[in-house]
Design a protein around this ligand. Structure first.
Ligand SMILES: *Cc1c(COP(=O)(O)O)cnc(C)c1O
Length: 356
C-alpha cells in the first residue's frame, strides 16, 4: 500500500464545456501521479501533484536508448454517476511483463492500481458525461539517469496523466479500411512486440504513413520471419469470424496481449461461440473471402473497443468484408463491453472496478 501525498492545484483549469469536441489526447486534467525509483531504495515519494512540465537532463537515458514503457486504460462515468475502471489489474500485470523485458523495475500490482485510482479520484470531475466519452489514463515509466552509456538506468519516474477523450465513433461504429503491410515488419519473436513500449510505435510509423497515403486508416502487420501470418494492427488486436468460428492470432511473443482481446475471447466463450487462438495466414483469409466464409473482421483495443473492418488490402487484392458494413457479432461485442464498462449491463466476470 502506497502512502500517497496529495497536493492540489491552486489554479484549476477550465474544464471542457458539455458538448465540446474532445478528440483524443489533447486535453489534460489538473493533476498527475508521480513516483520516483532509485536503485537500492526502490519506489518512493508517491504523490499526486498539479499537472506540470517536468525537468530532465538532456542526457536522460530515455531520450537516447528508449528505455520506457506505457499503459492505456480508461475511467468511465457510470449510469449511477460514479467513476469506474475496466480490469485495471490487467494493466498492472502487463506493466510488469513489459518492465521485465525492458529491465525496468517492477511495480507491485496493487500499488499501480492504487496510483491510478487515486489520481482519477482527485480529478474525477474531469470524467466527461456524454455518451461514448471517457477519461483516458496514461501511466508510463521513463529512465532518467543522466548517462550516455548503454545499460539499464538506475533511476526512473513513474507517472500517470489523464486526458478527457471524445467518443471514438461519432456516428456509430464505422468500418475502417486496413492495409496488410508486406514490406516493413513491426516485431519479431524474441523482440519487444509483446511489450507496451514506444519503440514498437517508432518502428511502425513509416508503414502507417504509407497506409494513409494509400487511403487506408491502419496497418495490419504480418509475422517478421515469413511475412505470411497475421499478427495485429498498430494499436489493436485483430479477430476474424470464419464460418461461424472466431479466430485470432495466438499470443506468440511478438503480439501485444490486449485486454480487450482477452475480454472478447471470454465473452465469445460465454456465448457459446467457438473460438480459436492460432496462426492464421493471409492466404487462408483470401481463400475464406473467395469461398464466402469470411463473415466479419474487427480490431480490439481500449481506444475504440471494437473497430469493424470493412476492407482489407493485400498487394493487389482488396477484400470487402460484410459488404463494408458492421457485422452483428462486432456490434454485439461492442454493446456488451461498453455496457459492462459503463454499468448499464451485468458484469458476470467482475471486470468493472469502482474508483472509490
Ligand atoms: C495497447 C495495444 C493494443 C490493445 O490493447 P488493449 O489492452 O486492448 O487496449 C494492441 N496492440 C498494441 C500494439 C498496443 O499497444
Amino acid at each position: 500500500m502506497l502512502n500517497i501525498r496529495i497536493e492540489k492545484t491552486t489554479e484549476p483549469k477550465q474544464k471542457p464545456a458539455a458538448g465540446q469536441k474532445l478528440g483524443f489526447g489533447k486535453i489534460f486534467t489538473d493533476h498527475m501521479f508521480v513516483m520516483n525509483y532509485t536503485e537500492g531504495k526502490g519506489w518512493y515519494d508517491a504523490r499526486v501533484v498539479p499537472f506540470s512540465r517536468i525537468s530532465l537532463s538532456p542526457a536522460a537515458m530515455v531520450f537516447h536508448y528508449g528505455q520506457e514503457m506505457f499503459e492505456g486504460l480508461k475511467a468511465y462515468r457510470g449510469a449511477d454517476g460514479k467513476a469506474y475502471l475496466f480490469r485495471p489489474d490487467m494493466n498492472a500485470k502487463r506493466t510488469n511483463a513489459t518492465n521485465r523485458r525492458l529491465c525496468i523495475p517492477e511495480i507491485p500490482e496493487e500499488d499501480f492500481v492504487q496510483a491510478v485510482k487515486t489520481v482519477v479520484d482527485v480529478d474525477s470531475d474531469w470524467i466527461p458525461r456524454e455518451e461514448g466519452t471517457s477519461l483516458y489514463i496514461r501511466p508510463f515509466i521513463i529512465a532518467t539517469d543522466e548517462f550516455l552509456g548503454v545499460a539499464p538506468s538506475q533511476n526512473y519516474l513513474f507517472m500517470v496523466i489523464l486526458s478527457p477523450s471524445g467518443a471514438y465513433y461519432e456516428n456509430g461504429l464505422a468500418p475502417v479500411g486496413i492495409w496488410i503491410e508486406d514490406e516493413y515488419v513491426r516485431a519479431v519473436k524474441g523482440g519487444i512486440g509483446f511489450a507496451k513500449t514506444g519503440g514498437n510505435y517508432a518502428a511502425s510509423l513509416i508503414a502507417q504513413v504509407k497506409a494513409h497515403d494509400e487511403g487506408f486508416s491502419q496497418v495490419l502487420w504480418l509475422d517478421g520471419v515469413e511475412r505470411k501470418y497475421i499478427e495485429e494492427v498498430g494499436a489493436m488486436n485483430i479477430f476474424f469470424k470464419i464460418n461461424g468460428t472466431v479466430v485470432t492470432p495466438m499470443l506468440n511473443g511478438s503480439i501485444l496481449p490486449g485486454i480487450t482481446r482477452d475480454s472478447v475471447l471470454h465473452l465469445c466463450r460465454e456465448w457459446g461461440i467457438p473460438t480459436e487462438e492460432r496462426r492464421i495466414s493471409v492466404e487462408e483469409l483470401l481463400l475464406a473471402q473467395q469461398n464466402g466464409t469470411l463473415e466479419e473482421v474487427f480490431g480490439t483495443g481500449t481506444a475504440a473497443v471494437i473497430s469493424p473492418v470493412g476492407k482489407l488490402r493485400f498487394k493487389d487484392d482488396v477484400m470487402t468484408i460484410h459488404d463494408g458494413k458492421i457485422g452483428p457479432l462486432s456490434q454485439k461485442l461492442y454493446d456488451a463491453v461498453t455496457g459492462i464498462q459503463r454499468g448499464g449491463a451485468e458484469d458476470p466476470f467482475g471486470w468493472r472496478v469502482l474508483v472509490k
